[in-house]
Design a protein. Sequence first.
Length: 278
Amino acid sequence: MRHAAVLALIACSSPSKPATTTTTTPPQNVPASTGPLSEAEFKALHAAPTEGPGVQRRGEKIELAGGKADLSLPEGPGPHPGIIVIHEWWGLNANIEHWTDRLASAGYAALAVDLYGGVVATAPDEAMKTMKAVDPPKAIATLKAAADFLAKDSRVQAKTRAVIGWCFGGAYSLQAAIAIPELDGAIIYYGQLETDPGKLAPIKARILGIFGNQDKGIPPETVNKFEAALKDANVRNAIHRYDAEHAFANPSNPKYDETSSADAWQKVLAFLDELKKS
């Protein structure tokens, strides 16, 4: 997989903003019973301090494939549909933990893997070095362990399983779909793409692709080739494009586009609902 060279260009634009202070009461996470977190509620989590008592989390750290992972469960007993969450090139940071909670608020048991072995980068050079050190076979083994966990853990017992990732994680979301035919869906937020229909042919999952037309690392021409290759490989897919830049769905990123991100989230929810019905 040629993710290292391309992601060197697209990176994830900039690290998450440092924690800020506020005189207002920090927003709390919303229980799953109230429905999925809206874009405004999700954005508010990032405006508040990302560590400490300011943000109430529902997730917990677990052991997975010899490392750590973050598991966030919906309200109530299982079984629950499950989703593997794959971090950006920064690592398993607070932004990704917020995503696991958000997906849990939508009714999914969300399991965020750590493909960086505990490293959380805060500078581009550190992120690049850590990303290049990732061993693809080991990463795929971790993703397979995550899929197995979601199917077998007594709290989850997922009959429907999907994967979601952004940037570096978007690339591995696609690779997970190729390597794990048991997955029902794969959501790719602006990740490195494969455009060879032969390499996409093993995919059994439905693909949801979310891209920015201003993304210099993954330009519209590449997305066009990816979409055509999925069609040639008979892979069911829906590709959505926004007039936005790379990493537009991360509220901690200066290139965050709230309108586009909110629409993409609705596309994700609809996609996940379809997976549960199929």
